[in-house]
Ligand binder design. Sequence first.
Ligand SMILES: Cc1cc2nc3c(=O)[nH]c(=O)nc-3n(C[C@H](O)[C@H](O)[C@H](O)COP(=O)(O)OP(=O)(O)OC[C@H]3O[C@@H](n4cnc5c(N)ncnc54)[C@H](O)[C@@H]3O)c2cc1C
Length: 380
Amino acid sequence: MERQLFEADHDAFRETVRAFCDKEIVPHHDSWEEAGIVPREVWTAAGRAGLLGFMMPEEYGGGGVRDFRFNAVVTEELTRARASGVGFGIHTDINSAYLLAYANDEQKARWLPGFCSGETITAIAMTEPGAGSDLQGIQTTARRDGDHYVLNGQKTFISNGILADLVIVVAKTDPAAGAQGISLLVVERGMPGFERGRNLDKIGLKAQDTAELFFDNVLVPAENLLGEEGKGFGYLMEKLPQERLAIAVVAAAACENLLASTLEYVKDRTAFGRPIGSFQNSRFVLAELATETTIARVFVDRCIQELNAGTLTVAEAAMAKWWTTELQKKVVDRCLQLYGGYGFMTEYPIAKAYLDTRIQTIYGGTTEIMKEIIGRTLGI
Ligand SMILES: Cc1cc2nc3c(=O)[nH]c(=O)nc-3n(C[C@H](O)[C@H](O)[C@H](O)COP(=O)(O)OP(=O)(O)OC[C@H]3O[C@@H](n4cnc5c(N)ncnc54)[C@H](O)[C@@H]3O)c2cc1C
């Protein structure tokens, strides 16, 4: 089914992103996986290539284009390149939304030039050791004291956690006020009392730095409050759909790529004197996956249009997130089976894809939480 989402500008941008991935990422990704982190230089190179700030106003060094189709192009090309360790999406698809919507002019002038150039890498810290799905259960507090907030607490599983220069931290400014007592504070590298823990050892996303963060009486200037005090939970509810759609964009692209590479493999590999793709079982499996992948593609593309139009609902984003990521798990598992023993060898991309896929139904809100969100809209 021909995609109708993109125009000539997006196609041209795709060429730029593809060339960038082929030159700056693909040759190095294996060594980054061994290192457990990507170098800062790939961020600044991406900044120079216009991959990080296209959605930001031109006065801050951005491209001035608010169109999530460009975000989708970057995500799809990174997925095609199997660049699972490059955390650009946290920056461009998630944090950009908070900074654009809630940073004031003074904050934008301070933070956005570095955001666009790749010199300022960003992270968002919601999850804590004791609270992931249950965001309102966070324990991190920020007590106002004169011109500062005194921040105390701990976060975990934070993507870009080691590299980040600027972290949007979710904290309770009024612990007695429930959801109305949550605020977003921007913590910057070097603030006394802000420490990073381990770069966590994961089964997949090996080149992605995922870290614990610690805040011990960090004096965060009041000028670093994002938006208004007490509105943080509302801001998260407003912007989490974009994060979930971004994850669905990865999932749809991953399904397509997995299918394409598996089709190549089953045409080539023979057993009992014939290509394994010619067995009825292989054809049925791949026919099923091709059908579902096409359905995912159509729905995700439509969601991107709805997001651009400002009409994507929280429930629709949740539907896209859970369904496409569960599909991705199914696709990678069924495809791996068709590779036989080779699928279990880490030198085969399908094996790495299997491990990288597993997180998709967990972060950004688990499948179960997505179903809760959808369920609440059904009047039951
Ligand atoms: C690689 C990686 C990167 C991440 N990046 C970030 C990041 O950048 N920033 C950030 O803030 N967080 C990040 N996270 C955290 C991620 O969003 C959480 O792990 C996720 O939201 C789940 O929270 P939890 O791990 O505390 O699981 P829990 O909330 O403890 O859930 C455990 C299980 O219980 C189920 N469950 C919980 N509540 C319910 C319910 N009401 N009904 C039914 N089932 C339920 C869940 O679905 C899950 O299966 C990352 C995690 C990983 C692993």
